[in-house]
Design a protein around this ligand. Structure first.
Ligand code: CU
Length: 116
């Protein structure tokens, strides 16, 4: 089968559209925990839009994910993946951290940026 030339750009762009160009859907963000750190130390979401954070613990010990401003406190066992959903209502910068003893001090901190 011969592909008509004018269809080629469409064929090239279609998988990209379907996969959203490899990025997660805008309402879901992934935060990976590995070697006592959050790989994504800054996460940007949009105020007033429901968001799901996919939390992936790649370490062989427990972690937690805490955002006091939104009363989010999630514990993750070794190698566990969890999701938390919430709707950030006010733009701003909100710190998140791991509340496992000593982990915040060791650098397990980040910032949730809620854009307008
Ligand atoms: Cu931790």
């Amino acid at each position: 089968m011969k592909v008509r030339p004018y269809l080629l750009p469409l064929l090239l762009i279609l998988p990209c559209l379907l996969a959203a160009c490899g990025r997660p859907a805008p309402d879901e963000a992934t935060i990976t925990m590995k070697e006592m750190a959050f790989r994504q130390s800054e996460i940007t979401v949009i105020a007033g839009q429901p968001v799901t954070l996919r939390l992936v613990n790649l370490d062989g010990y427990a972690h937690a994910f805490d955002i006091d401003a939104f009363d989010i406190h999630t514990s993750l066992a070794a190698h566990e993946t969890a999701r938390v959903s919430f709707t950030p209502d006010k733009p701003g910068r909100y710190p998140f951290y791991c509340s496992s003893p000593g982990h915040e001090m060791a650098g397990m901190v980040g910032t949730l940026i809620v854009g307008p």
